[in-house]
Ligand binder design. Structure first.
Ligand code: CA
Length: 254
């Protein structure tokens, strides 16, 4: 059972969805417009938001970015548009998943369960450190040499995913699937753009990488830069199996 907020102006879709979701045991509230929907996110703290992109007062993408400023609630975008660029923009703006109208209630239910599972995943793992980077999934903060990085939601998710497997090349397809929930590919540019923003915030560039190393045509990996003590041939991660598993900071094992 989840508390679901449906932001949808079409009364027929709204009542069909409300009925289908209520029958599946969910508590459904709805709002017919963007602003009232945002207010309800703040007031009612739903578990999941279903957001129509075509709303009478605000564009759904605007609603999404305003919502993301105040809440981490999972958002599934419901769109009649078959324009992939809208879906990419919605995912970039912080949507967790999307369904395209028309869709079946079972499909929607499966998506809802999936986003709830992800948002309920334990975040008890301690901060991950890779070189001077420390990434704390629990507080969603990252620091570089003790300085807090001002990262967007997706930049943080991207960095966190790479940091969970330091030294491992992770394909853009996998990043798209895991960070953007877009398993169908076709959004390489989304990854590239976010990587370049992330590089800038880490004070490095693709030409002179320190932490973020792209393997052309394959993917990207996060490595600790070599320290002064390392020889010139050391590729430079200090992460061992322990820190790769996210348990860094545990110190010596006795
Ligand atoms: Ca609509």
């Amino acid at each position: 059972m989840a508390a679901i907020l449906l932001i949808e102006d079409d009364a027929a879709i709204r009542s069909a969805l409300s009925r289908a979701l209520s029958e599946r045991g969910h508590a459904v509230q709805w709002q017919p417009a963007g602003l009232s929907g945002l207010q309800s996110v703040i007031d009612d703290r739903p578990d999941v938001v279903l957001l129509d992109l075509g709303l009478p007062d605000l564009d759904g993408l605007q609603v999404l970015s305003m919502l993301r400023a105040v809440s981490d609630v999972p958002v599934i975008v419901v769109t009649a548009r078959d324009d992939d660029s809208d879906i990419v923009r919605a995912l970039d703006a912080g949507a967790d998943d999307f369904v395209t109208k028309p869709f079946g209630a079972d499909q929607l239910e499966a998506r809802i369960r999936a986003v709830l599972r992800r948002s309920a995943a334990p975040r008890s793992d301690g901060p991950i450190t890779v070189g001077g980077l420390a990434i704390d999934a629990r507080t969603r903060t990252a620091t570089l040499d003790g300085r807090t990085l001002d990262l967007s939601r997706k930049e943080f998710d991207l960095l966190h995913m790479l940091a969970q497997r330091p030294g491992e090349v992770i394909s853009k397809r996998e990043l798209l699937a895991e960070v953007w929930r877009q398993p169908y590919g076709g959004g390489d540019r989304t990854v590239d753009v976010h990587l370049s923003w992330l590089r800038r915030k880490l004070g490095e560039s693709a030409a002179e990488p320190r932490y973020l190393h792209s393997s052309r045509g394959v993917g990207v990996r996060l490595l600790a830069p070599p320290t002064a003590d390392d020889g010139p041939d050391v590729p430079g991660t200090t992460a061992d199996a322990t820190s790769a598993a996210g348990a860094s900071g545990a110190g010596p094992a006795h």
